[in-house]
Design a protein around this ligand. Structure first.
Ligand SMILES: [Zn+2]
Length: 177
């Protein structure tokens, strides 16, 4: 089993995985948030800053920068970092999912895609004046981001993203057979 040293300690650890994505692999952040994983996007260029946050918050680093992977803090195993191989976001995602044995259906629809905050459930009445009328008519389940106050619902945009994820996961599963 790949990545066993890290993940065989138990399910709880897998569920608690948090990430920090380097700016050279930025699209991964959105996909991990779609799956429900707490994921920071590192916008700086200072490797030490990235490493400091990862250590302080116990986050796995996802980067295309080989210099980070060669650092002692990583080679010693104190900090987990994955060197992302592909340029292509869907392949990058597949690498992360396979390496860490992530559940791509972990907790969809629970994290703000923009600011990584856990979403809070809202009743239909609470969002009445905040969503377009056609949405209000057709949707019953709403979530709000406490930071940016975006309202989320399982509408066409969300469905398109989860379908894309599902299609890709099925496709690559078939390819490996
Ligand atoms: Zn937000």
């Amino acid at each position: 089993m790949r990545g066993c040293n890290f993940i065989c300690k138990g399910v709880r650890l897998i569920n608690n995985l948090k990430f920090i994505v380097d700016n050279n692999a930025g699209k991964l952040a959105k996909w991990l948030r779609i799956m429900g994983y707490d994921t920071l996007f590192f916008n700086g260029s200072d490797d030490s800053g990235l490493i400091a946050i990862a250590l302080a918050e116990d986050r796995v680093i996802l980067t295309r920068d080989t210099q980070i992977i060669k650092r002692r803090v990583v080679t010693s195993g104190r900090l987990k970092a994955i060197l992302i191989q592909s340029d292509e976001p869907e392949r990058q995602m597949r690498q992360v999912i396979d390496t860490l044995n992530l559940d791509w259906q972990f907790k969809p629809f629970t994290i703000c895609l923009e600011c990584n905050q856990p979403l809070v459930e809202r009743s239909k009445q609470q969002v009445k004046d905040l969503v377009p009328p056609y949405v209000f008519k057709t949707q019953s389940q709403y979530m709000e981001c406490p930071a940016c106050h975006r309202i989320y619902w399982r509408g066409t945009h969300w469905q398109a993203m989860t379908k894309r994820l599902e299609k890709f996961m099925n496709k690559s599963a078939n390819n490996t057979k």
